[in-house]
Write a protein that binds this ligand. Structure first.
Ligand SMILES: NC(=O)c1ccc[n+]([C@@H]2O[C@H](COP(=O)([O-])OP(=O)(O)OC[C@H]3O[C@@H](n4cnc5c(N)ncnc54)[C@H](O)[C@@H]3O)[C@@H](O)[C@H]2O)c1
Length: 285
């Protein structure tokens, strides 16, 4: 993907820093934009730490790491994306913020530049409609943690062109990821199937079908999942799980996506999983 030299990554949080990491690791110049200086500093620290781990594992040499880090330019100025060849955004999951960002990126970047979103639940078609180039708007849905997880869902919006989809598929492969092309429906494929499973595990717990450990053990050893659904919910964040279930329930209108009342109650109590130290499990510090 030599023609896509300079990559803009907007949003430097959990996903944005991982996305910047993999692009820089694969020889791209990266302009990493966030509204917060502090977040940018933290993102660069995280990228360095994660690349150090790759050095220890023999995936990168120290020289590769230093060169990759030098390819990342952090900034709070969106204007720096004027000459970007490709932009992917990973800002907060709020429809209005993302639509506004796509409007700005459409004005700012060269015509024909692909604008991709890492959104988990917002319609790619709707983001495309905020621009004058809906055929160049696409979903590029990385999984967390980005440097480790192989899958990228490539989401085709209603007006996304074949050429755009093919470019993003090739780009994902060049990043040593495995792309899966999906259409623009709520939750795409990953969350549409994963979230109801987690929700059902919450119902099973609430109804006393089994206790926490039995539920997770059954799915780990019975379905060969690397972790049980309740442990996974803690990892994702119970608030994020609830948010995505609400989107699926509302946008597909099917009662099968009704969020479990136990999940709602835990979110209301601030038991959000690993990030608050307590969810279905309890975590040290
Ligand atoms: N966390 C996950 O497991 C996961 C997995 C797949 C996809 N996603 C998606 O990735 C996106 C980001 O999620 P996250 O978990 O990294 O969130 P996060 O809260 O960690 O990071 C979001 C960042 O966006 C920044 N931001 C907000 N508005 C901005 C703007 N206008 N311009 C530039 N930066 C702005 C914030 O300062 C913050 O640093 C969301 O769309 C989410 O649905 C998340």
């Amino acid at each position: 993907m030599r023609n896509l030299k300079k990559i803009g990554v907007v949003g430097a949080g959990t996903m944005g820093n991982g996305i910047a990491h993999v692009f820089a690791q694969h020889d791209h110049e990266v302009v990493l934009v966030d509204v917060s200086r502090e977040v940018l500093d933290r993102a660069l620290n995280t990228i360095r730490k994660n690349m150090d781990r790759q050095v220890r594992k023999g995936i990168l040499t120290e020289e590769d790491r230093d060169q990759a880090l030098a390819r990342i330019t952090p900034t709070t100025d969106l204007e720096a994306l004027r000459d970007a060849d490709f932009v992917v955004e990973a800002v907060v999951e709020q429809r209005e913020i993302k639509r506004d960002l796509f409007r700005k990126l459409d004005e700012l970047t060269r015509p024909g530049v692909i604008l991709a979103s890492n959104t988990s639940s917002i319609s790619i078609t709707e983001l495309g409609a905020a621009t004058d180039r809906p055929e160049r708007v696409v979903g590029m849905h990385f999984m967390n943690p980005v440097p480790v997880m192989k899958l990228v869902e490539v989401v085709r919006g209603q007006l996304t062109s074949d050429d755009t989809v093919e470019t993003v598929v090739s780009l994902a492969k060049a990043l040593e990821k495995v792309p899966a092309v999906v259409n623009d429906y709520p939750g795409f494929v990953a969350n549409r199937i994963l979230m109801p499973m987690i929700n059902e595990a919450c119902y099973a717990l609430m109804e006393g079908v089994a206790d926490r450990d039995a539920i997770d053990t059954v799915m780990k050893l019975g379905a060969n999942h690397p972790m049980g659904p309740l442990a996974l919910a803690d990892l994702i964040g119970l608030d994020v799980v609830l948010f995505i279930l609400e989107v699926l329930h509302r946008d597909l209108g099917d009662p099968k996506f009704r969020p479990c009342p136990l999940l709602r109650r835990m979110v209301a109590a601030g038991l959000l999983g690993r990030k608050t130290g307590r969810g279905f499990y309890t975590y040290e510090s």
